[in-house]
Write a new protein. Structure first.
Length: 192
């Protein structure tokens, strides 16, 4: 099986209490995210890291406080979540797919599948199993696991490397995911 790791929105604005849209308890995930990303690098497992990259007056800010504006500190990923060798896939349609151990996929909406180049990246990586973690369980992680299940490949969610905005909504998202055949795993199981 060719596994692909998918690290969702582990960005400063979401992960740190002083961030613009802190996800409760997310700061405690940093060691787990770092361990998973380093494991991917060491094992040659492709790592997709999705990131919000909003414009200053993004329509999303009608619903959410402004966060992850492109070019700001809050939009960046903490150093321990970054691999030395990486590339970025923007959202203008037709952007060329450049592969690296870590592929940062930018988006301006909750769902990474709104980046029109994302399906082509998945095709290019030709993964047949996805391991997903990051934030927030009840928003962007939920959209990603739903879309990835739609590819027909197995999807595993790392339950000790996710955090929810609202724990009850997070639990509902996980229940909906397992009901559709998604599986649950842990950092130590994955990195064995
Ligand atoms: Zn956003």
């Amino acid at each position: 099986m060719k596994t692909v790791f998918v690290d969702i929105d582990t960005q400063i604005d979401f992960l740190f209490p002083a961030g613009a849209l802190y996800v409760p308890a997310a700061v405690g995930l940093l060691p787990a995210i770092a361990r998973l990303n380093e494991f991917a690098a060491a094992q040659g497992i492709p790592l997709i890291s999705t990131t919000d990259a909003h414009s200053e007056n993004d329509p999303e800010f009608r619903e959410w406080p402004p966060h992850c504006v492109a070019g700001t500190t809050g939009q960046r990923k903490p150093g321990e979540t970054l691999l030395a060798s990486r590339t970025t896939l923007g959202f203008p349609p037709g952007a060329p797919i450049e592969l690296a151990p870590q592929i940062v996929v930018e988006k301006q909406a909750l769902d990474v599948f709104t980046n029109p180049n994302f399906p082509a990246l998945l095709d290019c990586l030709a993964g047949d199993r996805y391991v997903v973690y990051g934030v927030a369980t009840d928003y962007c992680v939920s959209r990603a696991i739903t879309g990835l299940l739609g590819t027909g490949n197995p999807v595993a969610l790392v339950t000790d490397a996710i955090a929810a905005v609202n724990p009850e909504d997070g639990a509902r998202a996980i229940a909906a995911f397992t009901a559709r055949g998604g599986t649950l795993t842990t950092v130590s199981e994955v990195t064995g």
